[in-house]
Every structure is written in C-alpha cells, then in structure tokens.
Design a protein around this ligand. Structure first.
Ligand code: ADP
Length: 449
C-alpha cells in the first residue's frame, strides 16, 4: 500500500491541486456552481488521506520512541518501502537500539558483578531504604543473623530489637555495639551505617561484624602459634637434658662401683639426676600431648548416623556411668538423622564433652541423680545440632569466658586441652562449639554444623 513516501505525497498533492483547479474553472469560468462545488468537495477526502498518510509516519516514530523509552527493543522501525530517506532513518534507529541494548547488557553485567562481590564478602552487609525496606542482604549477613531473606529491617527484631532500632536510627558514619543473647550463643556486634542518596532517594548501607567470634578466632590462632613455638623450644632443650641425665646417672653407677665416688655422694647425686631425668621425661610427655592441639589433621568427611555416634559415646563411658550410677539419655530427632563429619575427630570431641560431664558430676554430685543427655536434632535452618548436657555444678560466668582457652583447667589432674581442642575440631568442620551454663544448674555444650 505504501509506495515511496515522496511519490505518495506528491500524487495526493497533485490530485488535490487538479481537483481544486477543476473546481475553480467550473465555478469561475463556466459558472457551473453545483458541479464545481461537487468537484471541489472531492478534494476533501484526498486531503484527509494526505494528512493521515503524513501522520502515520509521525505515529510510527512516536511508537518507536516509546518502545525505546520502555526499553522494549524487540520492536523494529519499518520503512514500508517509503524510500531511501526512511531507510537511513531506520538504520539510524537500529544503531540507537543496538547501542541501548549494549549499554543495558553492560549495566546488567556490572550489577551482577557487584552483587557477586557483595555476596562473597565475609562482612555482613545489608542495604535498605529509608523506610526500612531491605534491598540486599549478603550471605554473611544471613549466616551471622541466622535468617533467610528478609523484606524489612523490622524482621530483624526477631534477632534483636536493639539491632533493628540501631539500623533505623544510627547516624551515617557512626558505629554502635549491639549485644545479642541467643539460646546457644552471644554475639557482640559492631554495626556501622552509612547513609547516601541515590537519584534523590535516601538509602542506607549497614555493615555488621561479630567481634566476639572474630576475637575468638584470632585468640585461637595466637594460641596455636604460641603452642607450636613453645613445644618446639621446650622439646629442643628438654631432649638433651633428659639424655644427659641418663648418662650422668650411668656414670655415677660406674664411679660408685669403682670406688671413685663415695656411696653417700653417689646416692645424693643419683637422686638429683634421677629427679632431673624423671621431670624432663614428664615434661616431654606433657609437650607431646599439647602438640595434638596444633596438629589436628584435616577432617575427612563421611556421612554419619547421629544415633550410632551418640550410642558409641555412651558405650565407651559405660564403666564410669555405672560406677557413678548416672542416668544417660540419648535422643535423636528426627530418627535416622545423619550429619557429615570426620568420624574420628567427632568421636574424640564427643568423648571429651561426655567425660567432662561425667567428671563434673563426680566432683559435685549435687542432690538429685546425676544425669547426662546426649541429643541430636535439627535447628530452624535444618542444620544438624548435637548437645551434651549435664545437671552438674555448672560453670560460673567468669570461668565460662576461659574454658575454651588452651591449658585452662580447674581440675587437679586436668590438662585444659579438651575444650580448646574440641572447639578447634568444630572450626575445622566449619561449625561452632558453644556453652550455656548457669552456676549450680548444669551445663549444655552445643555443636552446630
Ligand atoms: P580439662 O577437662 O582437662 O580441665 P577442658 O578443656 O576439657 O580441660 O575443660 C576446661 C574446664 O572447663 C574444666 O577444667 C572445667 O572447669 C570446665 N568444664 C568443662 N566441662 C564442664 C562441665 N560439663 N561442667 C562444669 N565445668 C566444666
């Protein structure tokens, strides 16, 4: 229908001109008013068609520009054979849409890239609008606050009212400390908020760090370094002392036999040397035990049946349990619960905890019957959890801070290595070991995987 634009327009103009000229001739020249009028009226539809035809081009342009505005780049500008001018125009529009598409893809790439970076960061990050509507929450934030995706900062009231309030009101650039007490853990959160405008709209970016956990990790690293340096140094010095003491003791015996040393002198000296020998051997054993703390092998993960795991621990402690007449309860919910861990390391850890419970009940039997519960279940996020609980004397608040420090012990024969080793094992599993206890009212150790 559409020919070249120029031809179409020129044709219509020519028809209108011819009709008007014809009408003028009839009216003015021949004085034929009626036919002249009719012929003139014929020019009207042609004029309307001319206007429509020109408007169609404008409409096409408008539609095309709208499609650009709504970023719909599927629509194409058609020339309908309206001639080279329109082909040039179409080419120009195609260039424009190609450039728009390229810019849009580039923008999307950048957004995705930044989102990856944000998700990957170890620091918990939340961005939200001024009214509290959450825009982004990275993996670290969800893990730290143990929440799924949230829509509104208010949802964090479930974790802590103070945290939600701090996010809403903290001034830009300021830092606040928020303490969060949960059933099985205490967080010491450092919250920093920066507020900014994006296209006139106020936004906020909050970073949240758990200082306590971070300190614990640093502390553990420092302890490990110290232990490895110390054990190395002690071993280097003690090994020759121990062997020299044996040599000296042998020489004394020979001297005594030869009569070069009097019996009295020999006895005194031998006693001294024997003591050195014994003490240095003791020291070597002691150091050897502590080496285990820095030399935990990397876990070899296997799928373990929780019920079997806990029953094994109970079996291993049967002798002590019967001797102290303790009640031991093993519960697994849901039954058949499995978890992925290194069987040897986890056994060692659970035995540490269960033995501590047995010893706590032995030291302070309390009034009721000694009771130990070994529990396995899943938490809100469907992660396996194991708990070892006793109704022993519990742990005073000021001691709770220290029990995970290597070598800390309140027992005469204790090594103080069990809990720090256990926590380290959980760390290597990517999990956590925490304690909850009220003095006089037992202790619960919780393993989260
Ligand atoms: P050790 O058992 O050699 O002392 P641990 O690191 O296993 O070393 O424990 C450190 C300290 O934690 C213990 O000396 C004890 O004071 C405290 N503790 C551990 N478990 C319990 C428990 N179930 N009840 C009370 N106190 C505990």
């Amino acid at each position: 229908m559409h020919r070249r634009f120029r031809v179409q327009v020129a044709f219509r103009v020519a028809v209108i001109a011819a009709l008007v000229a014809g009408a003028a001739y009839l009216v003015l020249g021949l004085r034929l008013y009626l036919p002249g009028g009719l012929l003139g009226a014929c020019a009207i539809p042609v004029a309307v068609s001319l206007v429509r035809y020109v408007e169609k081009t404008t409409r096409d342009l408008t539609r095309f520009l709208e499609s650009v505005r709504y970023a719909d780049f599927t629509r194409r500008f058609t020339t309908d054979g309206r001639g080279p001018v329109f082909e040039d125009l179409r080419d120009a529009f195609e260039d424009v849409t190609a450039e728009f598409r390229r810019l849009r893809a580039e923008k999307e790439r950048q957004v995705q890239y930044l989102q990856q970076v944000v998700q990957h960061l170890g620091v918990a990050l939340i961005t939200y609008q001024d009214d509290g509507e959450v825009e982004t929450m990275n993996t670290a934030a969800r893990r730290l606050l143990r929440t799924g995706p949230i829509r509104h900062v208010e949802a964090l009231e479930r974790v802590s009212d103070e945290l939600a309030e701090t996010l809403r009101t903290l001034d830009s650039g300021e830092q606040a400390m928020v303490r969060v007490e949960e059933e099985d853990r205490t967080l010491q959160l450092a919250v920093r908020v920066s507020r900014f405008q994006l296209q006139g709209e106020p936004h906020a970016l909050a970073s949240i760090q758990d200082l306590r956990n971070e300190l614990e990790e640093k502390e553990m690293e420092a302890w490990q370094q110290l232990t490895s340096v110390l054990t190395h140094e002690i071993m280097n010095s003690v090994a020759p002392i121990s062997s020299l003491a044996s040599t000296a003791s042998r020489r004394l015996r020979v001297g005594e036999r030869n009569g070069t040393i009097s019996a009295d002198q020999a006895t005194d000296a031998r006693e001294a040397v024997n003591t050195i020998e014994r003490r240095s051997e003791g020291l070597m054993n002691f150091v050897d035990a502590y080496r285990s703390f820095t030399d935990i092998p990397a876990p070899e993960f296997e799928v373990l049946d929780a019920e079997g795991l806990l029953s094994d621990v109970e079996g291993l402690l049967r002798a002590q349990i019967e001797e102290q007449n303790l009640a031991v309860v093993v519960s697994v919910d849901p039954s058949g619960l499995t978890l992925s861990a290194d069987p040897d390391l986890l056994d060692q850890l659970l035995i540490n905890l269960a033995l501590n419970a047995v010893q706590a009940l032995e030291e302070a039997p309390g009034t009721g019957q000694g009771r130990i519960e070994l529990r396995a279940f899943v938490d809100r996020r469907s992660r396996p959890v194991i708990q070892v609980e006793d109704n022993g004397p519990g742990i005073p608040d000021d001691v709770q801070e220290k029990i995970f420090v290597p070598f800390f012990t309140t027992k005469e024969e204790g090594s103080g290595i069990g809990l720090s080793l256990s926590r380290q094992i959980m760390r290597l599993h990517g999990g956590r070991l925490s304690v909850r206890s009220t003095e006089g009212d037992g202790a619960v150790f919780t393993l989260r995987f």
